[in-house]
Design a protein around this ligand. Structure first.
Ligand SMILES: [Zn+2]
Length: 476
């Protein structure tokens, strides 16, 4: 009887948690984390440094081992390596979805050893919990918000809705038992109602804490091409081409009103991803350089994708009277093994690609991570494609919040280069546009502000040479 009940509960849990399958990670069960980790410990972060790993900047955090729960380390301090950081030669690699620690921060980490003697977080954000003090005592939260979920009640009386927070002491005790093969139900989740809003900090987020980043090419109406690795996305009919093109289009002027011109550049054989910059923005469909490290598995979950930017922080340009670092190159890495997930939902692939492209434009998460508000705090934020976890099968669809972000960084009314051409000049809209109503000359609709079209020989309407092509509202 008890076993039947457990089976029924298990089905319910799988069903209840299913929407989380659509996220940029798929939650790895705590039991799997324990089994897969080589070292589990409560740590305090005391220092950090950046070094190159296979050509890309990585941050090494010094973590003092305060309490080792599984495994053995050779000293009392280990280095935890995560991709991204400020490297040599003025180059900064900015990644999202990768946990960042503050010096002095307490954490619980699930680790695996790298070849260089350092450790990596198991499944990146899945292998890190940050300690927070609440009225209910010390709790552990993931750096990326998890949805509330149903779990079997610890007292065996059915199921309960729990917050994505784990009581520090109880979780540690449960982990210790599990390591010693004393298996028991989870008793460490905090009831959803008991968790305060303040677990996640509320503030507007750019992609990087240190830098404001943007492409300056769009100000001059230049395209930014994206190349697809020739192997393509496993699990999708078009090898991901159709889905990626939809994602590029989602950020375009037609949807956002911002002069964002991401275009498909075709295929490439480069698997450079975040290592030495090669001048190409590339989406790579397998994690060639092991930047993510642990493969995705449709049964056990894992990390899906990372979008990142290389910029040279030594070169700054002004935009709206603020210093911005021009983005030099961007890459998206899709993890190994994700094909099984995308084959069930090509729309999810388009959504993941569009989310990662949003990061490569300089946008952080709208909600749901350490630096942004909780997602259920506002419908506006919660509907954003830039929220920290994906929405079911919505596809590459932006919300108002995404559009606000896009238009903040790429303001259609802002031109970095003052226009040096007289109105009516045949290249006016190309160089000085997008053009407003009655401005010209234009060559195509995309040189006009959203809602306007390029009308051939319409100059007379606005007192210009009749042969001038002008941006106007569409004529019926
Ligand atoms: Zn993200």
């Amino acid at each position: 009887m008890a076993r039947e009940l457990f089976a029924a509960l298990f089905l319910l849990i799988v069903f209840a948690v299913a929407p989380a399958q659509a996220s940029l990670y798929v939650a790895v069960e705590d039991t799997d984390l324990v089994d897969q980790a080589e070292l589990i410990a409560r740590v305090r972060i005391t220092d950090q440094r950046v070094d190159l790993v296979r050509g890309y900047p990585a941050t090494f955090y010094a973590a003092v081992l305060e309490d080792v729960i599984k495994g053995e380390a050779s000293g009392s301090v280990v280095e935890v390596r995560v991709p991204g950081g400020r490297g040599p030669l003025g180059r900064e690699l900015v990644l999202h979805g990768v946990p960042e620690f503050d010096t002095g921060e307490d954490a619980l980490v699930f680790l695996r050893a790298n070849d260089d003697g350092s450790y990596r977080l198991l499944h990146l954000s899945q292998g890190a919990f940050l300690e927070r003090q609440t009225a209910a005592g010390a709790v552990l939260v993931r750096p990326i918000e998890e949805p509330a979920q149903l779990v079997p009640a610890a007292d065996g009386s059915g199921v309960e809705l729990v917050a994505p927070a784990r009581r520090s002491d109880r979780f540690a005790a449960w982990l210790r038992d599990r390591v010693e093969d004393r298996r028991r139900p989870a008793d460490y989740f905090v009831a959803a109602a008991a968790v305060e809003e303040s677990l996640f900090r509320a503030s507007f987020t750019h992609l990087s804490k240190n830098l404001q980043l943007r492409w300056f090419e769009f100000d001059d109406l230049e395209d930014v091409p994206w190349f697809r690795h020739i192997d393509g996305q496993s699990g999708l009919k078009s090898k991901g081409t159709a889905e990626f093109k939809k994602a590029l289009k989602a950020w375009g002027p037609g949807q956002t009103g911002a002069p964002i011109r991401l275009v498909d550049g075709g295929t490439t054989e480069s698997t450079n991803d975040f290592s030495a910059p090669d001048g190409q923005n590339t989406i790579v469909f397998e994690d060639f350089n092991e930047v993510i490290g642990d493969d995705f598995d449709c049964e056990a979950g894992g990390f899906i994708a990372i979008g990142g930017i290389s910029s040279y922080y030594v070169s700054e340009r002004l935009y709206k009277d603020q210093a911005f670092s021009p983005i030099a190159e961007a890459e998206i890495i899709i993890n190994d093994g994700v094909g099984c997930l995308f084959s069930e939902s090509p729309k999810l692939a388009a959504q993941v690609y569009a989310h990662e492209l949003g990061h490569t434009l300089g946008l952080g998460h709208a909600c749901g991570d350490k630096n942004s508000p909780k997602c259920d705090s506002s419908e506006l934020l919660n509907s954003a494609i830039m929220r920290a976890f994906a929405h079911g099968r919505r596809g590459a669809q932006l919300s108002d919040d995404d559009i606000v972000g896009a238009r903040f960084l790429y303001d259609p009314d802002f031109f970095a280069v003052p226009c040096d051409l007289p109105p009516g000049h045949k290249k006016f809209c190309k160089r000085c546009g997008p053009c407003g109503e009655g401005q010209g000359s234009c060559k195509k609709n995309s040189q006009c502000l959203t809602g306007l079209v390029c009308n051939k020989n319409a100059g007379e309407l606005f007192g210009l040479k009749p042969s001038t092509n002008l941006c106007t509202v569409p004529f019926d």
